[in-house]
Design a protein. Structure first.
Length: 225
């Protein structure tokens, strides 16, 4: 698999390149936005992107938006920015995950593999039976079961469940979720209402107190494992 690293720090860039080569990845690299865009235009089989946020001629968000115009290829942001604004922005641009510098190479590799496993699983969303913990979701009938017992979800709870299934493994901000469950009838869905729906959905799915199925990502939103 080809991985494109976009990082202006040469030491970090070369260190990542060396580590990925040891893992049998084919590695491309760029120190700025313009060179990254050229690589993307010239190489159509890139299978993973590692993007720094702050770059000399722009930022990683620009690259992410360009990729998302035509591809669902996994994107992991490398960032020294730990504040919520940068994190949420990265995810809202379509990133699959992020990791803050300084990071351990083994952690980065583990996250990459986890993202690749999740995206492979997401390709199976077209299959009409999807498992969520001990539950089965029939996407053709819109019914949810725990063993052989049907779980009765409201229309809004089912819509919320579908949002998580279509972004499985991805951390979603509360804003993204609210945008996705906005009532077609025009009824206002606010932040407090989302908290109620989340609580009900978790309870109906038999989620544990510490959120084994739908995890709360502090200060950001939620992620379905």
């Amino acid at each position: 698999m080809k991985v494109l690293i976009v990082e202006d720090d040469e030491i970090i860039r070369e260190g990542l390149k060396f580590a990925l080569l040891q893992e049998n990845y084919e590695v491309l690299s760029a120190p700025n936005v313009s060179e990254a865009m050229e690589q993307i235009r010239n190489c159509r089989d890139i299978g993973f992107y590692l993007l720094d946020i702050m770059l000399p001629d722009g930022d990683g968000y620009q690259i992410c938006r360009e990729i998302r115009k035509h591809s669902k290829t996994p994107i992991l942001f490398l960032t020294a920015c730990e504040d919520e604004v940068h994190t949420v922005m990265a995810l809202e641009q379509g990133a699959d995950d992020y990791i803050c510098k300084p990071f351990r190479i083994r952690e980065l590799l583990a996250r990459m593999k986890a993202i690749l496993r999740r995206t492979s699983a997401q390709e199976g969303i077209s299959e009409h039976i999807v498992r969520v913990g001990n539950n089965q979701v029939n996407l053709q009938t819109g019914r949810v079961y725990s063993d052989k017992e049907e779980i009765i979800l409201t229309a809004m709870e089912y819509k919320l469940l579908l949002i998580f299934l279509n972004h499985r493994g991805q951390t979603l901000s509360r804003g993204q979720i609210l945008e996705g469950i906005w009532d077609e009838a025009g009824d206002f869905v606010n932040d407090n209402t989302l908290s109620v729906y989340m609580k009900r959905l978790r309870k109906k799915l038999g989620d544990t107190a510490d959120g084994q199925l739908i995890r709360t990502v502090r200060g950001i939103g939620y992620r379905m494992e």
